[in-house]
Design a protein around this ligand. Structure first.
Ligand SMILES: Cc1cc2nc3c(=O)[nH]c(=O)nc-3n(C[C@H](O)[C@H](O)[C@H](O)COP(=O)(O)OP(=O)(O)OC[C@H]3O[C@@H](n4cnc5c(N)ncnc54)[C@H](O)[C@@H]3O)c2cc1C
Length: 423
C-alpha cells in the first residue's frame, strides 16, 4: 500500500463548499505564517462539475437577502453561520480572487460574465497559487481515526493522512454531476447521524398534464394545496413537461410537496395562468370579444391571451366547443375561473436525478457553529449540502456552501496557528 505524506487539512469533495474551504484554509495558513498544507480529494475526474451546471451555466452564486429567510431545516443554528459570512462577505472574498459579480433586480448575484466556469476557474487557480493540492479521481471510501489524525482511504490501494478533515461531499441531488458516492456514510462512520433526506427544488408530477403541453412556458402564480388548504405560494415561470411541471416557482413549493407526499397528503396545484389580469376583467374582455365576433370558434377566445396549446387545454377542461355567439356570461365566467385557477392533482415529485438540492442531512446541533466543527469527532468539519439545511431557488444554496466552506476552512487552519501545536 502506498503511504502519502501527512497533510494538515484534507478536504473531501471539490465542489462549491470544498473548494471554498480549501482556498480559505490555505489563505489563513499563509497569513499566519504556516506552511500551506491542504489536500483536496475529489471522486470525479474533474472538480466542480455541479458548480458548472448551476444557474443554467451562469451560476447564481448568492442572493443579497440570503441571511436567514429562504432556508429550511436547522434554520436557527444556520443563522449564525450566515450572519458570520453574509452575501457581502462572499462577494468581497470572490473579488479578492479576481471575480466580479453583479446582482439583478431580485437580488440574485451572478459573475459579471455570467459564466459558472469563471467561478470554478478562479477557485482552482487560487488553490494552485497558494500551493494547495487537488487530487481528482480519488473517491474516499473509508476514513479511520488514527490517534490525533485521520487516514483517508480511496479504495484499499491509496491512503492519505491528515490532521484535520473537512467533509464537503455534498448531497444526493443530481447524482450524475457528482462522483456517485454518498458522503453522508462517511459522516455516519465518524459518529454523526443523518436526518431523513428527500429531494428539494424538484419538478412536480401530475398525470393530468397531457403530453401536448410539453415545453409550454407560462408566467404564473402557483399555490400548493393539501386537501384544499393552502401550503405555499410562489410566482414566476412554470414549464410544462409530459406529466410534470417545473420552473423556479414550481420548485419553490416542491419541498412541501415532497414532505407531504410521504404522509399521503391530497395535493393539488392551483395555477393562475394570467396573473396580471383580474378575474372580473378577464370575464369582461371575453364578453367584449364574443359580442364583437359571434361567429368565431370558441378556440380563438384564449389564443391572444395564453400561450398556444394552453388555451385549447383550458377550453377542453371547460368542455367549450361552440362558437363565441353561443356562449353566455356564465360560460365566460367559468372559462375565466379556469384560467385563474388551473388546477392539477399532484402525485409527488421527481426523484434525485431531477432535484437541485437535498433536504435533510447531518443535524447542525452535532456541529459547533459557525466553525462547522464536529462535536462528535474532534478534527472533523462538515460543510454544504451534507448538513440539514437547504435553501430556496435564487442563490441560497450556494451562499450556504460558501458560508460553511469559508467558516470551516478558516477554523481548520486556525487550529494550527504558529507556536500553538496541533490542537
Ligand atoms: C442543476 C443544478 C443547478 C443549481 N443551480 C444553483 C444556483 O444557480 N444557485 C444555487 O445557490 N444553488 C444551485 N444549485 C445547488 C448547488 O449547486 C449545491 O447546493 C451546492 O453545489 C452544494 O455544494 P457542496 O459543496 O455541498 O456539494 P457539491 O457542489 O455537490 O460538491 C460535492 C463534491 O464532493 C464530491 N464527493 C462526494 N463524495 C466524495 C467522496 N467520498 N470522495 C471524494 N469526493 C467526493 C462530489 O463528486 C462533488 O464534486 C444547483 C444544483 C443543481 C443540481
Amino acid at each position: 500500500m502506498k503511504k502519502e505524506a501527512i497533510y494538515q487539512v484534507a478536504v473531501i469533495g471539490a465542489g462549491a463548499s470544498g473548494l471554498a474551504a480549501a482556498v480559505r484554509c490555505a489563505q489563513v495558513q499563509r497569513e499566519t505564517g504556516q506552511k500551506v498544507s491542504v489536500l483536496v480529494l475529489e471522486g470525479s475526474a474533474k472538480p466542480g462539475r455541479k458548480l458548472l451546471a448551476t444557474g443554467n451555466g451562469k451560476c447564481n452564486l448568492t442572493n443579497l437577502s440570503a441571511v436567514q429567510a429562504g432556508y429550511h431545516g436547522d434554520v436557527h443554528p444556520a443563522a449564525a453561520v450566515l450572519q458570520a459570512c453574509p452575501p457581502a462577505r462572499v462577494r468581497a472574498w470572490f473579488r479578492t480572487l479576481g471575480l466580479l459579480t453583479k446582482a439583478d433586480e431580485a437580488g440574485r448575484v451572478y459573475p459579471c460574465n455570467e459564466q459558472a466556469s469563471a467561478v470554478l476557474d478562479c477557485l482552482c487557480a487560487a488553490l494552485d497559487d497558494l500551493g494547495g493540492t487537488l487530487c481528482c479521481g480519488a473517491a474516499v471510501t473509508r476514513i479511520c481515526r488514527e490517534n490525533d489524525s485521520f487516514a483517508l482511504f480511496c479504495g484499499e490501494e491509496q491512503v492519505f493522512h491528515a490532521n484535520r478533515v473537512i467533509l464537503a461531499g455534498g448531497g444526493l441531488a443530481s447524482p450524475k454531476l457528482g462522483c456517485g458516492s454518498d458522503a453522508a456514510k462517511l459522516a455516519v462512520s465518524l459518529g454523526h447521524t443523518v436526518t431523513p433526506r428527500f429531494p428539494a427544488l424538484v419538478r412536480l408530477i401530475s398525470p393530468e398534464i397531457p403530453a401536448a403541453l410539453k415545453g409550454v412556458r407560462v408566467k404564473t402564480e402557483v399555490s400548493l394545496l393539501d386537501s384544499g388548504k393552502p401550503l405555499a405560494q410562489a410566482a414566476g415561470e412554470a414549464i410544462f413537461g409530459a406529466g410534470s411541471l417545473s420552473g423556479i416557482c414550481v420548485m419553490q413549493v416542491s419541498r412541501l410537496a415532497a414532505q407531504r407526499g410521504k404522509s399521503g397528503g391530497k395535493l393539488t396545484l392551483s395555477m393562475d395562468l394570467l396573473p396580471d389580469l383580474r378575474e372580473k376583467a378577464l370575464v369582461d374582455w371575453l364578453y367584449t370579444l364574443t359580442s364583437a365576433h359571434p361567429a368565431w370558434p370558441a378556440a380563438r377566445l384564449l389564443a391572444g391571451v395564453l400561450p398556444t396549446k394552453l388555451g385549447p387545454e383550458v377550453l377542453r377542461r371547460c368542455r367549450v366547443t361552440r362558437t363565441c355567439g353561443e356562449l353566455n356570461r356564465r360560460d365566460l365566467a367559468a372559462l375565466a375561473h379556469a384560467v385563474k385557477h388551473f388546477t392539477l392533482k399532484i402525485e409527488g415529485t421527481g426523484n434525485w436525478d431531477d432535484a437541485q438540492v437535498t433536504a435533510g442531512g447531518v443535524p447542525l446541533g452535532e456541529l459547533n457553529i459557525p466553525a462547522m466543527a464536529s462535536r462528535r469527532c474532534p478534527g472533523l468539519f462538515i460543510t454544504g449540502e451534507l448538513v440539514n439545511l437547504d435553501g430556496d431557488c435564487g442563490g441560497f444554496n450556494l451562499q450556504w456552501a460558501w458560508a460553511t466552506g469559508l467558516s470551516a476552512g478558516e477554523a481548520a487552519a486556525r487550529v494550527f496557528k504558529k507556536g500553538k501545536g496541533k490542537r
